[in-house]
Design a protein around this ligand. Structure first.
Ligand SMILES: [Mg+2]
Length: 232
């Protein structure tokens, strides 16, 4: 086998896709900041607007962002209790696919390095806590979150950061598994990695970029990955 590493996307790949009303997360945040309902509504709207603008620059320029920047853009107070409420709302979308743990164990047993590369505004500590809660954190040699990087996928530097983190110098010896044709498949192939598409996410139209790209494999269930890449 020539493959040395498998690097996974997080949302919609290691965690099954879940459509969540993103405005509600900000309503939870604003509800802690303001007792007055009208002020809370306005703050939530400003936060959502700021976040959408940041996601647009992810889509158009691969520019990474953090929650702290969204708060700043919306002129909202940074409040830990409010962040807890926001995060609590989002927990529903963070659960690892139950097929992940046995699949990761099998790949590890083959001697493969395993990693995560995700485009996310959320702090790495949140992500690591969720992976730990679901018993999969220890399977990964490294996890890379764009909230710690200047660029998101599909920027080559994001993929190179993940390759460096798992210690692989030849990208053709690494596979990326993700659910977005533009961010994940074109990004991975752009740096010379192989790419596997998980085609089951209902990606919001505003976050999609049309792209003509062909994955090296298509994966309908995480459990099928060890067999799919067995000959690579
Ligand atoms: Mg994804």
């Amino acid at each position: 086998m020539t493959i040395e590493a498998v690097i996974f996307d997080w949302g919609g790949t290691l965690t099954p896709w879940r459509t969540v009303d993103e405005h509600h997360g900000w309503q939870a945040y604003a509800g802690i900041l303001h007792d007055d309902e009208e002020r809370a509504r306005e703050a939530a709207r400003a936060l959502r607007t700021a976040e959408l603008a940041r996601w647009a620059s992810v889509r158009d320029e691969s520019r990474a962002f953090t929650l702290a920047q969204v708060l700043q853009d919306a002129a909202a107070e940074h409040d830990e209790r409010a962040l807890d409420a926001y995060r609590e709302y989002w927990v529903q979308a963070t659960h690892t696919d139950p097929e992940a743990a046995p699949m990761l164990a099998e790949l590890r047993d083959r001697g493969l390095k395993l990693g995560v590369l995700s485009s996310t505004p959320w702090p790495s500590a949140w992500h690591q806590e969720w992976l730990h809660r679901d018993g999969v954190l220890d399977h990964f040699h490294a996890t890379v979150w764009s909230s710690d990087l200047p660029w998101t996928k599909p920027h080559p530097s994001a993929f190179r950061a993940a390759l460096d983190a798992v210690g692989v110098s030849d990208p053709s010896r690494a596979v990326y598994v993700g659910d977005r044709p533009y961010d994940d498949i074109s990004g991975a192939k752009g740096v010379g990695m192989r790419a596997v598409l998980v085609p089951h996410s209902d990606i919001p139209a505003a976050q999609q970029v049309p792209v003509d790209v062909h994955p090296d494999g298509v994966l309908h269930r995480l459990a099928d990955l060890p067999e799919l890449i067995a000959g690579w």
